[in-house]
Design a protein around this ligand. Structure first.
Ligand code: SF4
Length: 206
């Protein structure tokens, strides 16, 4: 089982191509300005079986792969690695990306077997916590300290030259009375978004 905040089967702003995204529940960092504070509590969100998630993603046509966001995916590294491995058995062409508040050096230094197993399944790692004082709208990142690591050569040639592009890439997804945003928002977006959704009579979640 995994504890997640939510998942989406169609996102084009959190990595190359059309991707599934899993927002993991639980993060201990509490970075000021974090755009997803509802993912901090380890008790919130909901439990979902890896099997259920695999079925939800592998049947989506033209899906490039999955992105793990959060919350902190590496707090559930064993389950995230298994999710990647089970998906690849059915869709071997899937790629995998993870966002993390850890640095790659920290993950490697610990030699935690679950962390290493998740890293071994990834094509791209975006590392480091969000730092409000270093905010910048970079490709897939919200602050300058965050780095994009190409752990396999799959996307390096096409995407490495684009890493310094500054752009805001976001998508909205609406289910019933709840609106979710996906992507890396501009500074203070969350407060403005809250006001807009309130004015429209909608509930707002990441
Ligand atoms: S590491 Fe990411 S999810 Fe966790 S508090 Fe920082 S910005 Fe938010």
């Amino acid at each position: 089982m995994l504890r997640i905040a939510r998942f989406s089967t169609s996102c084009t702003v959190l990595g190359p191509g059309k991707r599934g995204v899993v927002w993991f529940q639980g993060c201990e960092r509490k970075c000021p300005g974090c755009t997803a504070p509802e993912t901090w509590s380890k008790d919130a969100g909901s439990e979902i079986s890896i099997h259920h998630l695999v079925r939800a993603f592998v049947e989506i046509p033209r899906l490039e792969g999955l992105t793990f966001s959060g919350g902190e995916p590496f707090l559930q590294a064993k389950g995230a690695a298994r999710l990647a491995e089970e998906c690849r058995k059915i869709r071997p062409e899937f790629s995998f990306i993870a966002f993390t508040g850890f640095t790659l050096e920290e993950l490697l230094k610990e030699e935690n077997p679950d962390h290493l197993r998740l890293l071994a399944n990834l094509d791209i790692l975006i590392d480091g916590p969000y730092r409000q004082e270093e905010h910048q709208n970079l490709l897939w990142r919200g602050s300058k300290n965050q780095r994009v690591w190409f752990l396999t050569p799959r996307y390096e040639r096409e995407w490495k030259p684009r890493l310094h592009e500054t752009a805001i890439r976001m998508e909205m997804e609406m289910n019933d009375q709840t609106i979710h945003f996906m992507g890396i928002p501009p500074k203070n977006f969350r407060d403005n978004f809250r006001e807009i959704t309130r004015n429209l009579g909608l509930e707002e979640l990441k």
